[in-house]
Design a protein around this ligand. Structure first.
Ligand SMILES: Cc1ncc(COP(=O)(O)O)c(C=O)c1O
Length: 332
């Protein structure tokens, strides 16, 4: 058996989720795209669904992810797919919410004969310039959509480009563009469902962006989105990566280790090998820079990271099969 594991601490996932909930006091769309940022989408949703105040929505990037989550039956909550609506896959939108991201899609929707009530969210581009209907023409486009038979506008949203930066000038500009649209829709009594904008950076540092719902991703899994945000919510990392020493050898001064002979020993060196490499997602770019926890000390990784192995310099006391922490903590 492979002794390398990613351990998911569900207590910490619940802790982060509840902390976000407590601070924002709004509805939560838990962003579980990319397999819940690598933490296992189905398992994470199962855990979140067990909470008293479970998320009102789930957010994913791709239709495939939404289909997987829906067909797992772990939740009956709405699932929003951030990807542009796909007119070839309409059948799935009976119980998955697509995003309208362009005026072209609105023109197409005007021509589709809808035989069911289609719930949509509208992405409004306020400056991210990745997806979305331009904020300047948003009102007229939302009006157009609101008049299409069998279309229900369940939400409108925008996405911040810089909410995780210390300087919030651009994020505040995006926010003011979005806020104006929300207010104008209210004034004109156009139903737009839920307004939402806040990703993790905004959840931490922009309380004026919470609207009806927040959309945290990375913070759920215990990480601050950058080193520049505040730590206004205490977060606990959810994942640890652990392995065991699978082989020990001694090399003499002057010998080298691994592909490309990147590491050359300047003294007799004891080497432990771990069964993890870039096939497991351990970036090759970390070669020679990686440090691991072994016993009560930090050990250096030596040479180039291989596809399924790395070598580390170990002290005399290290034993075969001893535990090693690659991501995580031990004491302090
Ligand atoms: C549309 C959208 N909303 C919310 C998020 C969550 O962002 P974060 O992980 O920074 O909280 C993402 C992820 O990038 C996203 O694409």
């Amino acid at each position: 058996m492979n002794s390398t594991i990613a351990e998911i601490n569900i207590k910490n996932l619940v802790y982060n989720y509840n902390s976000i909930r407590r601070k924002t006091k709004s509805k939560v769309m838990a962003v579980v795209k990319a397999d819940a940022y690598g933490h296992g989408m189905i398992e994470c949703v199962k855990v979140l669904e067990l909470q008293k105040n479970s998320p009102e929505y789930y957010g994913v990037a791709l239709l495939q992810e939404a289909i997987e989550l829906r067909s797992s039956r772990v939740t009956i909550k709405p699932i929003l797919c951030f990807a542009p609506i796909d007119f070839n896959e309409f059948k799935y939108y009976k119980n998955i919410i697509p995003t309208i991201t362009s005026e072209d899609q609105i023109e197409k929707l005007l021509k589709v004969k809808l035989n069911f009530k289609l719930k949509i969210h509208i992405n409004i581009n306020t400056g991210m310039n990745r997806l979305g209907i331009n904020f300047i023409s948003a009102i007229e486009n939302i009006k157009k959509l609101s008049k299409i038979k069998n279309i229900i506008i369940d939400g409108i949203y925008t996405h911040f480009a810089t909410s995780d930066e210390k300087n919030k000038k651009f994020a505040q500009l995006q926010l003011s563009r979005f806020t104006k649209i929300v207010e104008e829709l209210k004034n004109q009594k156009i139903n737009f469902g839920l307004a939402h904008a806040a990703n993790s950076g905004a959840v931490l540092d922009m309380p004026n962006s919470y609207f009806d719902m927040v959309r945290p991703g990375i913070s759920l899994y215990g990480y601050y989105p950058s080193l520049e945000t505040s730590e206004s919510i205490k977060l606990k990392p959810v994942m640890s990566v652990k392995s065991k020493i699978s082989h020990i050898m001694e090399i003499d001064k002057g010998e080298t280790v691994g592909y490309g002979r990147l590491f050359k020993a300047n003294h007799n060196t004891r080497i432990g090998t771990l069964p993890i490499g870039y096939a497991d997602g351990l970036s090759r770019a970390l070669s020679t820079k990686l440090r691991v926890i072994i016993g009560n000390s930090i050990a250096k990784q030596l040479g180039r990271i291989s596809m399924d192995r790395i070598s580390i310099e170990i002290p005399k006391s290290t034993k075969l099969h001893q535990d090693v922490i690659l991501l995580g903590r031990k004491g302090n």
